[in-house]
Design a protein around this ligand. Structure first.
Ligand code: ATP
Ligand code: MG
Length: 364
């Protein structure tokens, strides 16, 4: 039986509560003989700062580098609002993304049938929705230089951000999107604004080349980012995989997330480059934060965290069947009416974090 080393970073707030539920689910999968998981635990964020004054230690960075996958819950909270900038909780997260070279951020927007009422859109528009947004995560305007605010002689100020993309950065994110599409609906929508941005011109050119050279079997369409935003709320089911840059991906994935209901439902994956054997560095985390307002109460929704573990099985370990079974287990408990407080809607009662985790493990 294959064995995988998972570096688990529960982090802060509700992190430890939701990661405990992942271990239950992993236990069922091991019990069924599908794979073995070794969980090694580390500290990141405020909990790491409290323990040793850093947002993540060198020893834990080394463990993250060595692991088959990193599973992180969330960092931050009001307790650490005043710690020095370099060691603030988010610095741990950014260091992990940067040092592991996680350039591809995968954010599925999956609408479970039972939760279609919780969407911002009408049921028929979102029921069965299954989109994957592939966002470039380590380039573009968030990182390009110069990036500065300067004082002008006339007393005014001037702010500059720079959007920079090189061919290789677009090539590798496009390849991730096409590979993804082959395993899903076989369609990629590439999005930029080539009508006003040079980086958009290059983006479209490179994606078109990658498609022609290596993925002619996948359907490719190009859509301007503003039009795509409009189409996402008009008729989202037309999309399968969307690939876009760091900035547009940030905006569009937040829009897409609201189509599916609660923040407590959404997993994500961040992938690095494949090595010679095809293995990638990867980190899996829920889209939500540490939710300090409900931390310690045992009411957080563990589904985003369990779904993130499911993505690790799918994208890092190739355990597709097990990943499908986790999604089905989640879908089944929701269909049976089980709700944590955040997705309660009109239901008369809600269950605890631990009861939701138990139910998913049992359904599995
Ligand atoms: P971050 O800056 O880390 O992304 P945030 O400010 O976006 O954090 P969250 O911590 O994600 O905020 O919380 C936003 C709201 O969503 C809070 O009211 C929180 O309680 C709720 N929330 C987030 N995650 C969950 C969850 N897993 N279950 C239930 N409610 C959640
Ligand atoms: Mg947030």
């Amino acid at each position: 039986m294959a064995s995988y080393n998972i570096f688990l970073l529960p982090g802060d707030g509700i992190g430890p509560e939701v990661t405990a539920e992942v271990e239950k689910v992993a236990h069922v999968i091991s019990g069924a003989g599908l794979a073995k998981f070794e969980f090694e635990k580390g500290l990141v964020g405020g909990s790491a700062y409290d323990a040793h004054g850093q947002a993540i230690s060198e020893a834990d960075m080394a463990r993250a580098q060595a692991a088959d996958a990193v599973l992180l819950a969330a960092v931050g909270g009001p307790k650490w609002a005043d710690v020095p900038y370099e060691v603030r909780p988010e610095a741990g997260l950014l260091r992990l993304r940067k040092d592991l070279g996680l350039f591809a951020n995968l954010r599925p927007a999956l609408c479970y049938r039972a939760l279609a009422e919780a969407s911002s859109l009408k049921r028929e528009l979102v029921e069965g929705l299954d989109i994957m947004i592939v966002r470039e995560l380590t380039g573009g305007v968030y990182f390009g230089e110069p990036k500065e605010i300067t004082n002008l002689p006339n007393g005014q100020k001037r702010a500059v951000d720079t959007q920079v993309y090189e061919t290789y950065e677009i090539e590798r994110i496009a390849a991730v999107a096409f590979e993804m599409a082959r395993k899903r609906g076989n369609k990629v929508t590439s999005s930029e604004k080539n009508n006003v941005m040079k980086s958009g011109v290059l983006w479209k050119e490179v994606v078109t080349d990658v498609h022609k050279k290596s993925y002619p079997d996948v359907q490719l369409e190009h859509m301007l980012a503003d039009a795509l935003g409009m189409q996402l709320v008009r008729y989202p089911k037309q999309f399968d995989v969307i690939v876009t840059d760091n900035l547009f991906g940030d905006l569009l994935s937040d829009v897409a997330s609201m189509l599916t209901g609660s923040l407590g439902m959404l997993p994500s994956a961040s992938l690095g480059a494949a090595d010679a054997s095809g293995k990638r560095k990867a980190m899996y985390e829920p889209v939500h934060g540490s939710a300090p307002d409900i931390a310690g109460k045992g009411i957080a929704n563990p589904i985003a965290m369990i779904g993130s573990f499911g993505m690790a099985l799918r994208y890092s370990f190739g355990l597709i069947e097990a990943a499908d079974l986790i999604e089905k287990a989640i879908s089944d408990v929701l269909a049976a009416g089980l709700r944590t407080a955040d997705i309660k809607g009109d239901a008369t009662s809600s269950v605890s974090t631990s009861a939701m985790g138990d139910a998913i493990a049992n359904a599995l």
